[in-house]
Design a protein around this ligand. Structure first.
Ligand code: NAP
Length: 329
């Protein structure tokens, strides 16, 4: 496969190269792509250096697959140009996610919807992916009515500028601000931009994307998204009301049998998911599984995953692997 990584110099792009190498993705030619600022830079991959090219050059090279993580504007403009020359694009931005003509895919849940005609495929939002990984198997069994989720999101979710802001604050250096306020020793109830309804765009992604991925509009999701000064992954406090009652041991059993999910819930040994341990791992970790004692058929849990891996790079590459394995590219 001739594979372009668009946004290769960014936070997600860097992890994308690492995960492609780790999983031994069948690459015959790697094309790292970034903005004009980075053209000519060298990026290492499997012991060799590859030169970053611009978008126009990359399109002219007609890659089989282009893995995009370069922001929504770049995707809106350039993904169709790649698709026109026959490239299949898997896009990490929010540009195409809610477009009814594009699939929004978490491979463990709905990769079977993909066909060779899908030339632009959307990767869901990072906080959505870890949420649906845990919700989907429970929905199949108990049928969800309503989910209330509060997120505790890593600065790495905003990109290199935000990680730099936190590092500068820790080192006591003045520098460029990615957020309107300091993030160290702080919590910002403000992920992405505010919308007219008073929610942020991130909160509305969490509300809408699960219904599309799970192909079911019978449940609703209400979200509050908060940025905190961690770097290893996103955490989520999740309250789920089901139509049917559940058994806690069975919930744990279902989750522990779900591919890609790890139950970490041993209170006697203070074992529960945390971003420092989820960091650099592909699994979604679920713990603090308990009954909400204030209303029937309702569950509380805590979900943690590395937003740059399962939340972005790993999910994208799993989609690409599915396409290759099923001769869809
Ligand atoms: N961070 C996450 O957890 C996460 C998770 C899921 C999805 N995403 C999405 O992935 C995308 C990238 O996020 P990130 O965190 O990796 O951001 P980032 O660290 O700021 O990196 C942005 C990348 O995009 C490139 N880029 C920017 N403008 C470009 C242009 N006009 N043409 C070509 N390349 C351009 C940059 O190249 P230069 O280095 O040359 O500027 C860089 O490689 C965003 O759409 C984001 O929403 C991020």
């Amino acid at each position: 496969m001739k594979v372009a990584v668009v946004g290769a110099t960014g936070m997600v792009g860097e992890v994308m190269l690492k995960v492609l190498a780790e999983r031994n993705f069948p690459i015959t030619e790697l094309i790292p792509v970034a903005s004009e600022r980075s053209v000519g830079k060298k990026l290492p991959y499997k012991g060799n250096d590859y030169t970053v090219v611009g978008l126009e050059t990359a399109v002219s090279m007609k890659p089989d697959i282009a893995l995009f993580s370069a922001g929504g504007g770049t995707s809106l403009e350039w993904a169709p140009k790649f698709a026109e020359v026959g490239t299949t694009v898997v896009d990490n931005s929010s540009a195409w996610r809610m477009d009814p003509t594009k699939k929004l895919v978490v491979p463990e849940i709905n990769a079977n919807e993909l066909t060779a005609e899908d030339k632009i495929i959307a990767n869901p939002n990072c906080s959505t992916i870890q949420l649906v990984m845990a919700l989907n198997p429970l929905h199949d069994k108990y049928k969800m009515k309503r989910v209330v989720v509060s997120t505790y999101q890593s600065v790495s979710g905003t990109g290199v500028k935000a990680v730099q802001q936190l590092e500068n604050e820790i080192a006591g250096i003045e520098g460029e601000m990615a957020y309107p306020y300091p993030i160290g020793r702080n919590a910002l109830p403000h992920c992405d931009v505010f919308l007219e309804n008073g929610y942020t765009k991130e909160e509305m992604k969490l509300a809408r994307e699960p219904q599309k991925i799970m192909n079911d509009k019978t449940f609703s999701v209400s979200a509050t998204a908060v940025r905190i000064p961690t770097a290893g992954g996103h955490s989520e406090s999740v309250n789920v009301e089901f139509e049917n009652d559940f058994d806690l041991a069975e919930v744990r059993q279902i989750l522990s049998e779900t591919p890609g999910v790890v139950v970490q819930d041993d209170l006697e040994n203070n074992s529960y998911p945390m971003p420092i341990y989820a960091h650099d791992k592909d699994e979604v970790f679920v713990g603090r599984i308990r009954r909400d004692e204030t209303q029937p058929n309702t569950l509380n849990m805590w979900i943690v995953a590395d937003n740059l891996r399962k939340g972005a790079a790993t999910n994208t590459i799993q989609i690409a692997e599915y396409l290759v394995e099923n001769n869809l590219v």
